[in-house]
Design a protein around this ligand. Sequence first.
Ligand code: THU
Length: 136
Amino acid sequence: MTALTNEERSALIELAAEARRRAYAPYSNYAVGAALRTRSGRIYTGCNIENAAYPTGICAERVAIFKAVSEGEKDFEVLSVVTSNGGSPCGSCRQVMAEFSLDMIVLIANTDGKLLQETTVSGLLPGAFTPEHLKP
Ligand code: THU
């Protein structure tokens, strides 16, 4: 697993906090920000974007991942997630993470910049169903 420095952790948490400020969450009032670093060193951020038709909204983590994939990046190293209270990624986001990088590091932090949990996608979703399972 990639070892992160404290500077790298802080920078990714700050980028997620910055993205969180762009959240569009008028229904839940629960803003979420994410910052995803690829192995190529690029960073993609995301925020949650809600909709008046509630299920149409999307989580911050998936916005960051889908932005990256749409730019041709699929090899992810670390994802930071920032919420007011250190909320953990939802099941759908865990599944999307598992599609691409089981060993990706996940940093869960709050808006005070405090890192509450450092884990991996495998840690968040043990026994994940992955593309491997579809191979004959
Ligand atoms: N949310 C995220 O952005 N990421 C998660 O992993 C959990 C939930 C968003 C979805 C919705 O806009 C709000 O938080 C409340 O559920």
